[in-house]
Write a new protein. Structure first.
Length: 272
């Protein structure tokens, strides 16, 4: 599932292609949304924003398209009406004279008014967005009574805690903070939680800025120059089961919580 940085990158591409340009056609695959095609055609998009893993495309007539890619959704930006050769199902298309923004495979798409957005069952319950919040806000979340006795394994996947974190960011944030995934905020002193709050901002931002790379950037460039593929140099620990820790050479461990995998270094992230 794409996480916050990937959705923000997709939003950037969509905005670059279709924002502030006359919309020549809008297509919805779902019958209940068909009436909105004529309402949005001929309008302009004034903003494309993300909230965690959700995207909101705001039109100049106060209507907004909400979408959540979930597990299989993917945005593609192409030349106008240049559809790719794919077996995916087209769910949403926004066309201008020169570009088309195409959403495939996603099933969670709605059209919302300004009054509906704050009441939306997903959006209304989101925690701070990892790409637009502050370390102080994250620290406050970690210390909040409703969160501070929950294991990091579950806490960092809860979009009510922080919006936009998924499997790979969870493992990478905790490694950078040098905290074991089975710990809870209440098990950590304020200094450790402060480092974790900083990591929860820095790691997703680096991922957004550098195409999903959460590893040390200099090391990633060195490994790339040596001929390693992106999947080999991209992360500190995620998807690196049995491979040596980049800091201490200890084999990385893969474990599961609620059927979701996570990775850590048992030496760099000791469990007291």
């Amino acid at each position: 599932m794409p996480e916050g940085p990937e959705i923000r990158k997709a939003a950037d591409r969509v905005a670059k292609a279709v924002k502030a340009k006359p919309i020549s056609e809008v297509f919805f695959a779902f019958e209940q949304l068909k009436p909105y095609e004529t309402e949005l055609t001929g309008r302009e998009i004034c903003e494309v924003e993300t909230r965690g893993k959700a995207m909101l495309i705001h039109f100049d007539n106060d209507l907004s398209i909400y979408s959540h890619n979930q597990l299989y959704g993917v945005w593609m930006v192409r030349s106008a009406y240049d559809y790719p050769n794919t077996k995916r199902q087209l769910r949403l298309a926004i066309h201008t004279a020169k570009k088309s923004a195409l959403l495939y495979s996603a099933s969670d798409i709605e059209v919302l008014t300004p009054g509906h957005i704050p009441l939306h069952p997903f959006l209304s319950k989101l925690g701070p967005d990892i790409l637009s919040t502050t370390p102080d806000r994250v620290l406050a979340q970690l210390q909040a009574p409703k969160h501070h006795r929950r294991q990091f394994t579950g806490l960092f996947l809860d979009q009510h805690f922080l919006a936009g974190v998924g499997n790979y960011l969870r493992s990478e944030i905790l490694f950078v903070a040098r905290l074991h995934p089975r710990l809870r905020p209440v098990d950590c002193d304020e200094a450790a939680l402060t480092v974790l709050a900083d990591s929860a901002i820095a790691v997703p931002y680096q991922s957004y800025r550098y195409n999903g790379i959460t590893n040390d950037l200099d090391l990633a460039n060195q490994l790339k120059a040596q001929g390693q593929k992106r999947g080999q140099y991209r992360h500190w620990v995620f998807n690196r089961e049995g491979k040596p820790c980049r800091i201490c050479q200890t084999p990385i461990v893969k474990d599961f919580a609620s059927s979701r995998r996570f990775y850590y270094c048992p030496v760099c992230q000791p469990l007291p």
